[in-house]
Design a protein around this ligand. Structure first.
Ligand code: ISE
Length: 338
């Protein structure tokens, strides 16, 4: 079987990481086209990869006959147009979150995809491919904890880019806990409330940080999330599920623990999400490539979170942004699934 020819759109930090992983860590695929709004950056990357071209217009890159599938790592505001182009061209697409930047366009994407013979969109919620999350999911599905009742999540970043504002903490960071909740509990989220504790004086002017998110699922499970994105420390993502018959926790970051004179004890904390979830990204992209390559015979071109998952996460985050203003719980309104 020939290698899948992938166009990577957007070669900022995430896109460049994906180019590197497809080129040197993933089997069965190669990067045939790159695109970026800074064309010189795309040209520079293309020049380092055999048989790769830089194409200046993202829609031309999607339509190019030398492209079998598309990986979108472009800014969220451009996703709607690019996803629609992929659907029109019948090209499978892996889309980094967000699916689109608002709920109505996300729903439109879901509806347009539903008109096709088979789904083509996979959304990049990479935590579903992380070994610890997969083990936790297997534990829950196996019933060993009994019925899950409560989940506590911690989501801390050392810092965030300068353009981050309070609502991005919901849409860019909380969105992962939203997806984890839907993934682990296999049900939708009914309401969300954002509580604002005393703000970190070290946070940029006007940014509400930390925030506490309280999610309630349709069946009444409680999830609380501490979001704190300017700790100045490192990356900490922990998840603890409490069930009828016990609890389980992941994300303890217990790499090497060193004990040394004079009487010290300690180790290192993972610096950021690219390190923490590096292997999960590799697994995610490998499984996507495998699904697309065999799609002609299996009829399935995705292996992971769907456009619906992207839409549902967007709907929860929109309710979260509303709650950020009012401080009150906001119900999540989901359309019927097509
Ligand atoms: C970032 O955009 C990500 O997607 C990370 O996974 C998340 O942990 C971080 O908070 C976001 O800013």
């Amino acid at each position: 079987m020939t290698d899948l020819r992938v166009a990577v759109l957007g070669v900022g930090v995430m896109g460049a990481d994906h180019v590197a992983r497809i080129t040197s860590r993933i089997s069965g695929a190669r990067v045939s086209v790159v695109n970026d709004y800074v064309h010189e950056k795309a040209e520079q990357i293309a020049s380092q990869i055999d048989g790769c071209r830089a194409i200046a217009d993202p829609l031309d890159a999607i339509a190019d006959p030398g492209v079998d599938a598309v990986l979108l790592a472009t800014p969220g505001s451009t996703h709607e147009k690019q996803l629609l182009a992929c659907l029109e061209q019948g090209k499978p697409v892996m889309c980094e979150k967000p699916l689109t930047t608002d709920v109505s366009t996300s729903l439109e994407i879901v509806r347009r995809e539903a008109q096709l013979d088979h789904p083509l969109i996979q959304v990049g919620f990479m935590r579903r491919f992380d070994e610890e999350y997969m083990r936790l999911k297997a534990l829950l599905d196996g019933g060993e904890l009994g019925r899950p009742l409560v989940m506590h999540c911690v989501h801390r970043n050392a810092d965030v880019p300068s353009y981050f504002d309070s609502s991005l903490i919901v849409k860019d960071s909380l969105v992962h806990e939203v997806d984890v909740t839907r993934f682990l509990f296999d049900e939708e989220i009914a309401s969300v409330q954002i509580v604002k504790p005393f703000s970190n004086p070290g946070a940029p002017e006007g940014v509400i940080d930390p925030q506490i998110a309280i999610l309630r699922t349709v069946s009444g499970k409680h999830v609380d999330v501490e979001l704190f994105v300017t700790t100045g420390v490192a990356y900490e993502v922990r998840t603890e599920v409490v069930g009828e018959k016990g609890s389980a926790m992941i994300g303890l970051d217990m790499g090497l623990i060193r004990k040394s004179a004079p009487g010290t004890w300690g180790g290192q904390i993972t610096p950021g999400f690219r390190e923490r979830f590096g292997r999960a990204y590799d697994t995610e992209i490998q499984r996507w490539v495998d699904a697309v390559r065999t799609g002609g015979t299996t009829g399935t071109y995705t292996d992971g979170p769907t456009a619906w998952d992207g839409y549902a996460a967007a709907a929860v985050c929109a309710a979260g942004v509303e709650s950020l203003d009012t401080g009150l719980p906001v119900d999540v309104q989901l359309a019927d699934r097509p």
